[in-house]
Design a binder for this molecule. Structure first.
Ligand SMILES: [Zn+2]
Ligand SMILES: [Zn+2]
Length: 770
C-alpha cells in the first residue's frame, strides 16, 4: 500500500513522469487545466523524455482519479508510452504553475502532422470569427508539425513559421495557458500568418480568386497543383475522365491507381464499401489514404483493381477547397518515381495548369500514408505523413546507450535511428536508384540526425554489395553491420511487438527480391529466427529469372520460366502465351536452357506474376511494382476453400517448396475453362497451406509456436487474412507489423533490432572474457 501522506506532512502529494510524445502537443496546458479542475496545486515541466508533474492536495486522495483523467482525456496529438509515479512530500504550494523548461541534451519527440481539429473547423466556418475561412487555422491539438520543424526543441523560431511575426491577438492566445492556442507554435491568422495565392503555371502570373477560383478551375477540367502539408498534390475533377486522362499523360502513368480526396464519408460511400474500422481510419486525425472495396467504378482511377484509395480533407485549405467540390484526384506531385515536390522551384509548373500555393515553407517533404484495413487493423502500404516520426519503443532487454543508424534496403527505402530506447523511422523515401530519391535519402538522414541529436556510432545496412545504402554505410567510416534482407524483415515485427531476445519464431518472409547468403535472389524464405541469427528452414524452389530485371517487368517471362521448370522444352498449349511473339518465346527459352542472364530466384512475387499471366489477368509488361499480383488478388473470388497440390522436398533444411503440381493443376483448370477468379482464389489458398505446412514442421521439429508474416507479399489482404486464420486455427500465435509496412519500408527497423542485439551480445562476451 503506497502512502501519499506521512505524519509530518500537511497534505498529500505525488510526483510523476509521463514518457512519450508529450511535448509540443498541448500537454502542459492540459495538465494545468486538469489540476485546476481537481483543485490541486503543483507544477508541470518538460524534461528530457517527457513531462514531469508534481501535484498536491490538502484533502485525502491517492490521485487515482487524476491519473485516470490524464490517460483518458490526454490531448489528441499526445502518445503516452509510460507513466511512473511515486508519493512525495507536499511542498505546501499556493497554486499550479507551468514551469519553464531548461534546454537539455535529451531525446525530445515531435508529433506528426495532424488534420484540422473540430474546434478549429467550427471557427473556420463561423463568419463572425476572426479566422473565418482562413486556410492556416490551427491550435495545440492540430496542424502541421513534422513537416515545418527545422530543429528541436519545438519552438516557433525553429520552424518555417519563424518569418511570420505574431500579431497582438495571436500573441495573447499564444501566451494564455487557458487558451487552446497556448504555445501552438504555428499559430496564425489573416493579419499575421501565411496566405494562399493562385498562379497560372506556365506564365508564373498570379491571378485573383484564391480557393474559390481554384475550385471552379478544377470543375472546368483543369489540373491544379495544390500545396498541402508535406508537398504538392496534383488535383483534378475525379469524375471528369478527360481531365483524369490528361493527368495520366502528364504523370506518365497508364494504369497505376490515383488516390481520391472526398468531401465527406457520404461521398465515399457512393463509390466504395465501408466497414466501421475503415471509417475510423478515414476519420482519424492522421488522415491516411484507405484502400476500399469498389462499389461503383470511376473511369480511369484504379483500372483492373477491385479497390480505390480514398482520403478525407486534412488541412483547412483542403476543407475550403472541398467545400465547392465533391471528389477530386489528389495524387503526389512528382515526375515518375521521383520524390514528392515541396517547392514551386522543383518544376511543378510542368505538371499542371494552375498552382494553388502558399507562403508557409515545407521543411521536410512527406507523402500521404496509404493503408488497407485487415481484420480491423491497419496494413500499411506506405507510412509517411500523419505517422512519422512517431517513436517505437524497443524491448527493454535490447536497450543500449549507443546510437545506431540503419539505412534499409534500396527499393521503398526508409531509414531508422535508435537512441535511448526508441526507434524513429523515417517516411517512405522511394527507390534509391533514382538520383532524386537518393538526394532525399541523404536529406532525411541529415535532417533526422540533427533533429533528434543522434550521433550514430554504428551503421547497419543490407548485405547486397551494390545497394546505394551499402555503399553509403561503407563510406561513413562507422563500424558497419550487414543483415540479410529477409532476416531483417522478420526482426521488424519482433521489435514492434517487443518480443524478448530468447524467443525463437518462424519468420515467413515473402517478397520479390532480396540478396541471399548464397548470392542468389531470395524471395520466399521460411526462417527459424531470433534477434541473433537465423536458420533457413525452407524456401520456394529456385527458378530462373530470364533476362534478370526484365523478368520482374514482363510477367510472361516468369510464366515461361515456370512452364519450362515443369515441362522442360515440351511446352503445353497455353492461351496466354499467344500474346507473345514466337521469336521472343524461343529466345527466352534459349536463355533459360543455356543459363544466360537467368539468375536463380526463390521469389514469391515472381510466382504471383507467373500465375497472374497464365490466367490471363496480367499485362505483358507491368507499369508499377506488384501490378500483376495485385490484379490476381483483385480477381480472387470469395468463399472458395479449395486449393492446389504442392510438394515439400528434401530430407534436411532448407526444404524446397515445389509448385510443379500447382502449375499443372492451374493449366488443367484453364483447359476446363474454370474462371480466373476461381483459380486465383485456389492459388491464394495454396500459398496459405504452404505456410501452415512449414509452420507445422517448425512446431514439430523445433517447438515453434509463433509465426511472423512479413514481406511485401503480405500487402495482399486475402493471403494475409487466410494464412493468419489458418495458423490461428492450429494454435499458432501470429505476428505482423501493425504500425509499419511489411514491405521493404520495414527493413531498417529490423536492422536496428539486429544492431541492438549485437551490441548487447558484444557486451556479454566482453564480460565473459574479463
Ligand atoms: Zn485545432
Ligand atoms: Zn495573428
Amino acid at each position: 500500500m503506497i502512502k501519499y501522506k506521512t505524519k509530518d506532512q500537511k497534505g498529500y502529494a505525488i510526483r510523476m513522469v509521463v514518457f512519450g510524445v508529450v511535448q509540443g502537443v498541448g500537454f502542459r496546458p492540459f495538465i494545468f487545466r486538469l489540476a485546476n479542475k481537481f483543485r490541486y496545486k503543483g507544477w508541470v515541466k518538460n524534461i528530457g523524455f517527457g513531462v514531469e508533474i508534481h501535484v498536491e492536495s490538502e484533502e485525502k486522495t491517492d490521485f487515482k482519479d487524476f491519473l485516470k483523467a490524464l490517460r483518458e482525456k490526454k490531448p489528441p496529438l499526445s502518445q503516452i508510452e509510460e507513466i511512473i509515479h511515486k508519493p512525495v512530500s507536499s511542498q505546501n504550494l499556493k497554486d499550479f504553475t507551468i514551469k519553464k523548461s531548461k534546454q537539455g541534451k535529451s531525446f525530445v519527440f515531435i508529433s506528426p502532422d495532424i488534420s484540422i481539429c473540430e474546434n478549429c473547423h467550427k471557427e473556420m466556418m463561423n463568419p463572425s470569427d476572426r479566422r473565418f475561412h482562413y486556410p492556416f487555422i490551427n491550435c495545440t491539438n492540430c496542424g502541421p508539425r513534422y513537416t515545418i520543424v527545422k530543429f528541436l526543441p519545438y519552438d516557433r523560431i525553429q520552424t518555417t513559421m519563424e518569418s511570420f511575426k505574431m500579431c497582438e491577438d495571436c500573441n495573447r492566445e499564444y501566451t494564455n495557458p487557458l487558451d487552446r492556442r497556448y504555445h501552438a507554435q504555428p499559430i496564425a491568422c489573416p493579419v499575421c500568418g501565411p496566405h494562399v495565392s493562385l498562379v497560372v503555371s506556365r506564365k508564373g502570373k498570379k491571378i485573383k480568386g484564391g480557393i474559390r477560383k481554384a475550385a471552379s478551375l478544377i470543375k472546368e477540367g483543369k489540373i491544379l497543383a495544390v500545396k498541402g502539408l508535406g508537398g504538392f498534390h496534383l488535383v483534378c475533377n475525379a469524375l471528369n475522365y478527360e481531365a483524369v486522362r490528361r493527368l495520366r499523360k502528364t504523370k506518365e502513368r497508364k494504369t497505376k491507381p490515383f488516390a481520391l480526396m472526398a468531401r465527406n464519408l457520404e461521398t465515399i460511400e457512393k463509390y466504395a464499401f465501408l466497414n466501421p474500422a475503415e471509417k475510423k481510419m478515414l476519420l482519424s486525425a492522421r488522415r491516411p489514404i484507405v484502400l476500399l472495396k469498389k462499389k461503383r467504378e470511376i473511369k480511369g482511377i484504379a483500372p483492373f483493381l477491385d479497390e480505390t484509395g480514398f482520403m478525407l480533407p486534412y488541412t483547412p485549405l483542403h476543407y475550403l477547397l472541398l467545400g465547392h467540390l465533391d471528389l477530386i484526384v489528389a495524387t503526389s506531385s512528382n515526375k515518375k518515381d521521383a520524390p514528392i515536390m515541396k517547392d514551386e522551384e522543383e518544376g511543378i509548373e510542368e505538371l499542371c495548369d494552375y498552382i494553388l500555393t502558399h507562403n508557409r515553407p515545407i521543411h521536410m517533404r512527406a507523402d500521404d500514408s496509404v493503408l488497407r484495413v485487415v481484420d480491423g487493423e491497419p496494413l500499411f502500404l506506405r507510412r509517411a505523413r500523419g505517422y512519422v516520426p512517431y517513436p517505437q519503443r524497443v524491448p527493454r532487454e535490447l536497450e543500449s546507450p549507443h546510437h545506431i543508424l540503419a539505412l534499409g534496403g534500396e527499393l521503398k527505402d526508409t531509414i531508422s535511428l535508435y537512441k535511448n530506447g526508441y526507434v524513429i523511422t523515417s517516411q517512405f523515401l522511394g527507390d534509391l536508384d533514382e538520383y532524386q530519391n537518393y538526394k532525399y535519402f541523404e536529406e532525411t538522414i541529415r535532417h533526422l540526425t540533427e533533429l533528434f541529436e543522434v550521433k550514430p556510432e554504428i551503421v547497419v545496412s543490407d548485405m547486397h554489395p551494390d545497394f546505394h545504402t551499402t555503399r553509403y554505410a561503407q563510406k561513413s567510416g562507422l563500424p558497419h553491420l550487414q543483415v540479410q534482407h529477409h532476416f531483417a524483415h522478420v526482426l521488424a515485427p519482433l521489435l514492434e511487438h517487443k518480443i524478448p531476445p530468447q524467443k525463437k519464431v518462424l519468420g515467413v518472409s515473402l517478397d520479390g527480391y532480396g540478396y541471399g547468403e548464397d548470392g542468389l535472389a531470395w524471395g520466399a524464405e521460411f526462417l527459424l529466427a531470433d534477434y541473433s541469427s537465423f536458420q533457413r528452414l525452407a524456401h520456394f524452389k529456385y527458378v530462373p529469372l530470364p533476362g534478370g530485371d526484365l523478368a520482374s517487368k514482363q510477367p510472361w517471362r516468369m510464366a515461361l520460366s515456370y512452364l519450362v521448370d515443369v515441362f522442360n522444352s515440351k511446352l503445353p498449349k497455353v492461351k496466354a502465351l499467344e500474346k507473345v511473339s514466337k521469336n521472343k518465346i524461343r529466345s527466352v527459352m534459349r536463355m533459360i536452357e543455356h543459363k544466360i542472364n537467368s539468375p536463380l530466384s526463390s521469389s514469391c512475387g515472381r510466382l504471383f506474376d507467373a500465375v497472374s499471366f497464365l490466367v490471363g489477368i496480367s499485362p505483358l509488361e507491368i507499369e508499377f511494382e506488384a501490378e500483376a499480383p495485385m490484379r490476381l488478388e483483385s480477381a480472387a473470388q470469395k468463399g472458395i476453400e479449395e486449393s492446389y497440390d504442392f510438394s515439400v522436398k528434401g530430407s534436411l533444411p532448407p526444404y524446397q517448396i515445389s509448385f510443379t503440381q500447382t502449375i499443372k493443376s492451374v493449366l488443367k483448370d484453364l483447359e476446363q475453362e474454370i474462371p480466373p477468379s476461381f483459380i486465383s482464389a485456389k492459388f491464394h489458398n495454396t500459398l496459405a497451406q504452404v505456410i501452415v505446412s512449414i509452420a507445422e514442421r517448425a512446431k514439430k521439429d523445433h517447438g515453434i509456436d509463433t509465426v511472423v508474416l512479413v514481406g511485401g507479399v503480405f500487402l495482399n489482404k486475402k493471403l494475409l487474412h487466410i494464412a493468419k486464420s489458418l495458423l490461428e486455427q492450429k494454435s499458432f500465435k501470429v505476428l505482423r507489423l501493425i504500425n509499419y509496412s511489411p514491405n521493404d519500408e520495414s527493413i531498417s527497423i529490423g536492422q536496428i533490432a539486429y544492431g541492438l542485439n549485437k551490441i548487447k551480445k558484444g557486451k556479454e562476451d566482453k564480460n565473459k572474457i574479463t
